[in-house]
Design a binder for this molecule. Structure first.
Ligand code: SAM
Length: 285
């Protein structure tokens, strides 16, 4: 059963809560949460003032049992729907293992709070099922023209680092075509821990999937922290804004992607990672 720790508590309280508060200012009763709150519903508890309806997913029956008691103690049973099953298949099939569909057509706050990585788990054939689930989520959000905040928390393994490397090389080539020399920056990423590559890779694909569905990535932030048992984790915040005017919204600048700071969440404070890639040389395109 999931156990939280101080950096995770800090992110939930000091980073995520103010973002939700600001985004939905004064309209909280219409805010729908969809995610994995875990047995103690610590995120829902922390953000409760800013949430109207909660769709709580878990693939662990005992976690759902405890969650039910937690919701009762929070006196929110009348505004919670529990869904049983893998969040990935619920997003793809739009129903859970009991054939229940989400009671809302789209969501305002999505918390994909995984324990494992975004890729590189399970069989090779479905190693990208989490990316695919995000694609389906975006498709639903587009159909309802609903802007939303997506929190994504993942562990990471080395297994699919070659895909992250290929993406970095591709970004380097794209910048090269624009007359910018990104080689020292790309090399820096190759010689630093995987968390830095994830910091580029994950926003890159979320931006791509988002734009294909008319979403502009208005703001994003990347955090590294050590989860329970010192497991390295990444926490991302994505502010996805549905674009009324543009079928294909502006993409994230590649230079900005490489330059984006990585923050580290410690026990009681967050600070920018002191290791930063060298700036990209050349004039702005
Ligand atoms: C990290 S915990 C949730 C923590 C919570 N959001 C918080 O802020 O403290 C993740 C929960 O989701 C469940 N879970 C993990 N992977 C899942 C998946 N793929 N589909 C559905 N539930 C999953 C776990 O059983 C666990 O209860």
């Amino acid at each position: 059963m999931f156990v939280s720790n101080p950096p995770k508590d800090l992110l939930r309280r000091d980073v995520d809560a103010p973002i939700i508060k600001k985004k939905f200012e004064n309209n909280y009763e219409n805010v729908t949460y969809f995610g994995m709150p875990g047995p103690e519903m610590l995120d829902v508890k922390e953000w409760l003032d800013y949430l109207g309806f909660v769709i709580a997913v878990d693939n662990d029956l005992s976690a759902l049992g405890v969650m039910n008691m937690t919701a009762a103690s929070l006196k929110i049973l009348d505004r919670v729907q529990f869904l049983r099953g893998d969040v990935e298949s619920i997003l793809v099939n739009w129903q859970d293992e009991d054939d229940e569909a989400p009671l809302r057509d789209s969501f305002d706050v999505v918390n994909l709070d995984f324990v494992g990585g975004i890729m590189g788990f399970g069989e090779d054939a479905d190693h990208d099922k989490r990316v695919n689930a995000i694609r389906e989520l975006l498709r639903h959000q587009r159909n309802e023209t609903t802007s939303f905040i997506m929190f994504l928390t993942i562990g990471f393994r080395e297994k699919h680092m070659d895909e992250y490397d290929r993406k970095l090389r591709h970004i380097g080539h794209e910048l090269d075509k624009l007359g910018l020399d990104a080689t020292p920056t790309i090399e820096w990423y190759f010689s630093h821990p995987p968390r830095h590559k994830l910091k580029v890779y994950v926003p890159y694909i979320v931006d791509e999937i988002g734009r294909a569905n008319r979403f502009r990535l208005d703001m994003y932030k990347c955090f590294y922290y050590k989860g329970t048992n010192d497991i390295p984790m990444m926490h991302f915040v994505f502010d996805m804004e549905y674009s009324v005017e543009n079928v294909s919204p502006e993409r994230l600048g590649l230079r900005a992607l490489l330059d984006c700071p990585l923050f580290i969440a410690h026990q009681d404070h967050v600070k920018a990672c002191p290791n930063h890639p060298p700036p990209i040389l050349g004039a702005s395109p």
